[in-house]
Design a protein around this ligand. Structure first.
Ligand code: GLY
Length: 405
């Protein structure tokens, strides 16, 4: 019996040795978090982004990802929901370094899609314009940026249905839904709040609040995980279907959607000081912290079966870290700060963060665009880099007790 137990222990030990080693290494890294410097990491990130800056200028195109042949995917003509992230990164790097050439690049690249502010066919205008022309106006105070921001906001508002109480997300997929609203849409509300601040017109803010309230009622499950898509009946205004487009199943928790939710509600709290949003964001954050694997980088869907769990999503993880830092700022709770920091340390390791010159000049490796469509699987994504840089900047400002945003 003793021998059997010893053999079992040995077998068990050998079988789980890699797990022990990995969690030991992660613990060591985590213990080392006092030595982690967001400034130093931002310096490393800047080296890589300068190479991307040279390449993007040579191509006169905005980077999005890497294709299955290992070539950079540049954004081609037509609106792409990710087109704002590269110039947005340039603005962030300008904030980090005060180097004029980051500002010049931001202006050069955001000019490429300025006319999309008139496009009323998508909800993604907030992602695109608030992170670019919005930042440009907030940083420089130049009126022309404000004009583009307000034009884009008006286009976004044209998609609001007062019966439903939400902005419509997509104009495609009529065979699957009538009036789809996705959790990602929470991110577009920031532009509405900003539009009220710069114009004094409270209609933008009122629409943002209606959308946030309707979404809070219909998108969340009892455990504060979120559905990806909620479909509404435009005659009754009622939610009629809850499903997924990018997650594992209708009832699963697609990781990036969860991160958009936390980020979206703590952002709404920033503009409204409505504690309903703060409490909701805290509940969502708790749900997601419980889903963080020992690896500290989310699987692409929290409920995907283990055979599909091999894909990590650095994008969801970076968005979540950035949102946690905003939660830490508003609540003063150490747990949000230390969890975000642990995540950022992990993302900064070479397993996830490329050395300068690698990874087609993107910063982070290992994200997933849309698993069900077999699209952008285990690749760098420009928005992963955007939220990673934002989170590092937030961490730096938080630790230096400076203005958070
Ligand atoms: N809004 C698109 C995405 O998160 O993939």
């Amino acid at each position: 019996m003793i021998r059997f137990t010893a053999i079992m222990q040995k077998k068990y030990f050998i079988r789980f040795l890699p797990c022990f080693l990995i969690s030991g290494i992660i613990t060591l890294i985590s213990c080392n978090k006092k030595d982690f410097s967001p400034d130093e990491t931002l310096n490393q990130v800047q080296k890589q982004l300068k190479l991307m800056q040279i390449e993007a200028s040579a191509q006169q195109a905005i980077p999005r990802s890497v294709d299955s042949n290992g070539n950079t995917r540049w954004i081609s003509k037509g609106l792409d929901w990710t087109e704002g992230f590269w110039p947005g990164i340039c603005w962030l790097m300008y904030q980090v370094s005060s180097e004029e050439n980051w500002k010049e690049s931001a202006i050069e690249f955001q000019r490429m899609f300025a006319d999309h502010c008139f496009d009323k066919s998508t909800h993604d205008l907030g992602f695109i314009f608030n992170n670019t022309f919005g930042k440009a106006y907030r940083i420089t105070g130049e009126e022309m940026y404000k004009e583009v921001l307000i034009e884009a906001t008006n286009s976004l508002v044209s998609r609001f249905n007062s019966k439903v109480g939400c902005i419509k997300s997509w104009d495609w997929g009529e065979d699957r839904w009538q009036y789809p609203v996705i959790i990602d849409n929470m991110m577009n509300l920031e532009m509405l709040f900003e539009a009220t601040l710069v114009t004094g017109d409270t209609n933008y803010r009122d629409i943002a609040i209606r959308h946030a309230n309707t979404t809070l009622t219909n998108h969340f499950r009892d455990d504060y995980s979120t559905f990806h898509v909620v479909d509404y009946d435009t005659l009754t205004g009622k939610a009629i279907r809850k499903l997924t487009h990018q997650g594992f199943s209708d009832s699963s928790a697609w990781a990036r959607g969860q991160a958009w939710g936390v980020y979206g509600y703590i952002m709404c709290y920033r503009y409204t000081r409505d504690t309903t949003y703060l409490k909701a964001a805290e509940q969502m954050a708790r749900y997601n912290m419980n889903k963080l694997p020992p690896e500290l980088v989310f699987n692409w869907d929290h409920n995907a079966p283990s055979s599909l769990q091999t894909y990590r999503d650095a994008s969801a993880t970076a968005i979540f870290a950035s949102a946690l830092l905003e939660l830490a700022e508003h609540t003063g709770k150490e747990e949000y700060y230390s969890t975000a920091k642990k995540i950022l340390i992990r993302l900064s390791s070479h397993r996830y963060m490329a050395h300068p010159g690698e990874n087609n000049f993107f910063v982070l490796k290992h994200s997933v665009g849309s698993y069900p469509e077999n699209h952008e699987m285990d690749v760098p994504l420009i928005y992963a880099d955007y939220y990673f840089v934002e989170a590092l900047l937030r961490l730096r400002n938080f630790e230096q007790n400076e203005n958070f945003d």
